[in-house]
Design a protein around this ligand. Sequence first.
Ligand SMILES: [Mg+2]
Length: 309
Amino acid sequence: MPVHDALTPRLLFTDLDGSLLDPHCPDGSPARPWLARLKQHGVPVIPVTCRTRSELAPLRLALGLADTPFIAENGAVVGLPPAWCHARLDRRPGPDGLVVKTLGVDIGFIRKRLSVWRQRLGADFTLMSEIALEELSVVAGLEEGEARLARMREGSEPLLWHGDDAQLEALREGLAGDGLSLLRGERFWHVTGQADKGRAVDWLLSRFEALRGRRPHTLALGDGPNDVGMLEAVDQAVVIRNRHGLTVEPAQPALYRTVATGAAGWVEGVAHWWGRADSRLIPRAAADSRRHAAVSAKMPVMASAEMPV
Ligand SMILES: [Mg+2]
């Protein structure tokens, strides 16, 4: 049964890499009709990513998400556009019109503690900030300009791990004593304060309730272990089939796993939850092709028939 009605505001939280964006569609083109439709219905699509605020800035513009909040650096950094700011709680916005909150700890503290543990444990890792730009662009599959933006950290530090599992556990324990966590990403491990995607989503939901006086109906989509907290913090969730082979097991009863990977999986997941519940949200192009497919197959219209391949 639906936990919402047509008047309940909705929020969509989404991972970017491997989810809304993938190596085959780095511009998110398969998702564009859905993004346009959601925008038309006033549903904010909120990127929740391991990327930095600097990396995210051009992407938000390109995806038409300049008016929605964002969560960067795996939950360590939250950006609020004017409509999401609270007159009493927020300082004045920066030159880009955004108020930026750091929910974790300062990047300087993280780097200091990592250098202590490297010496004490002989831990074998390379910080992203220690990798030369040309090398980083190869390791992370980024253009050199993008790699420069990726190094502009505000609340978390990615590292490449070279040691074994036992050493990694020792590092994890040491960092935990400092109030720091180690999160697994696709290529890097990420060291953050007590911040993760789930806590940042909770924080934004509290902000939404403080401003609007009601709890929204929420959906989240992600493909990696660092998305688990976010997938557990919402009403309905989608695990997008991934190519990296890492398991993603959120404790979430309303969970859908996609057949398709990347952006096609993203479209499949949104259609699964919201296309079925509210046909007004289905983009016109997808709805037309769905109707056509249903007529030619002489079958009733089903949301799943509009899945792209
Ligand atoms: Mg991902």
